[in-house]
Design a protein around this ligand. Structure first.
Ligand SMILES: *Cc1c(COP(=O)(O)O)cnc(C)c1O
Length: 387
């Protein structure tokens, strides 16, 4: 049994993938070939956003977005501490300051009710009602924007977050690295704020055979800026450079693989719904003492992960031991919230600053999840968890 089974998917579409790759080998445009633009058009249409700009990874997508918004040292960008490193890393890379906001214990996404107090804390420099990065308070932080993350494939609460951001003229960048294919209130993930980012890392819902990412936006100006930043800040032609940028292009070969994979993507999103529903049903029927993930009404998760909560850390360790003994793979996303990572030690956050994230980090774990997971394997997993 595999945690994420990419081989079953490949067996289904191997010929399509090979045809797509052969076409690239024939035309030889390995950099910015026609598949890159075809993928941008195809995915922009899929998520109903006016513009898509492909890039080398989900991390680069976030970086390009922040660079286009001219994020500077002294800027505060609000995000969740319960996410993959890249979300906060790009903020710090630009010498801006990640200001963490704790999560909702049910959705694992940034808690919109805690965003307003966090904003007030930054604006007043007073951490009485929200823990600020002690190492950065003296800098006189300027609130610039929010990066909500659609963790495990479930969109964050953009209705509330966008409203708060609009009233304070803050940007919102949707980190949809795990949620491509998800929906909420009739809108697709990657269309939930004015500038959005996703990843095509192989293990993501739409994954390539290597790194890749994409930005989406409805803002023509931001699109032009990101297009320039993606290729060394280029101007009208290739050897005119008008700003400092990066080498952030998506390979043509990756675009070709992604186009082949996209041909069955919608069906895979549907299969993931069935796998997730079966887990939740089995855990209930067997009365396994674990809290299954809950999808709020109006939302559809892309189910990048199926993550459950154990009673406490010892209970989780016992569950993981049982799975290991039965040869069943599992994973912990995430064992340490970002505010406690050594990489951010200069911010001087402390244990206890974000208790919900810290509690989840101690209790959460993820079960094998992919569109081709068999019912009998799910039964074995759930029976093993029952003990
Ligand atoms: C995977 C991931 C990223 C980074 O994507 P890469 O393509 O690996 O660079 C960013 N944010 C989140 C939430 C992710 O899960």
């Amino acid at each position: 049994m595999q945690f994420i089974d990419l081989a079953s998917q490949q067996t289904r579409i191997r010929r399509t993938i090979e045809e797509r790759i052969r076409k690239v080998l024939d035309h030889g445009q390995y950099i910015m070939g026609p598949e890159v633009f075809e993928l941008e058009r195809t995915l922009a249409e899929y998520v109903s956003m006016p513009h898509a700009l492909s890039c080398a990874s989900g991390t680069d997508a976030l970086l390009l977005a922040l660079m286009a918004l001219d994020v500077q040292p002294g800027d505060a960008v609000f995000t969740t501490p319960f996410t993959f490193m890249a979300t906060a890393e790009v903020i710090a890379l630009l010498r801006a300051t990640p200001v963490f906001v704790d999560i909702d214990p049910v959705t694992f996404n940034i808690d919109p009710a805690k965003l307003a107090p966090a904003l007030q804390a930054v604006e007043s420099g007073d951490a009485a009602n929200h823990p600020l990065p002690r190492g950065a308070v003296g800098w006189g932080l300027r609130a610039r924007g929010v990066i909500p993350v659609d963790l495990f494939g479930l969109p964050a609460d953009y209705e509330q977050i966008n409203a708060i951001a609009r009233s304070r003229k803050l940007f919102v960048i949707e980190d949809a690295a795990q949620s491509f294919g998800a929906k909420i209130n009739g809108l697709k993930a990657c269309a939930l704020s004015e500038l959005t980012c996703t990843s095509f890392f192989p293990a993501k819902p739409l994954g390539g055979y290597g790194d890749g990412g994409m930005c989406f936006t409805n803002d023509d100006e931001l699109l032009d800026l990101m297009r320039s930043l993606r290729i060394h800040g280029q101007g009208e032609d290739k050897y005119e450079n008008v700003r400092i940028g990066i080498n952030g292009r998506l390979d043509t070969l990756q675009a070709a693989v992604l186009l082949a994979k996209f041909s069955i993507f919608e069906e895979e999103v549907q299969l993931r719904q069935e796998v997730a529903a079966r887990y939740t049903q089995l855990l209930g029927e067997l009365e396994v003492e674990l809290i299954p993930p809950l999808v709020p009404s109006g939302a559809l998760s892309a189910w990048a992960q199926y993550s459950v909560l154990a009673r406490d850390e010892a209970h989780r360790a016992a569950c993981l031991d049982r799975l290991r003994a039965a040869g069943i793979p599992s994973a912990i996303y995430y064992p340490k919230p970002l505010h406690l990572q050594r990489a951010f030690k200069d911010l001087d956050y402390r244990e206890g600053d974000f208790p919900v994230s810290e509690d989840c980090a101690r209790r959460i774990f993820s079960l094998p999840m992919h569109p081709y997971l068999k019912a009998e394997d799910q039964e074995r997993i759930c029976r093993t968890l029952k003990g």
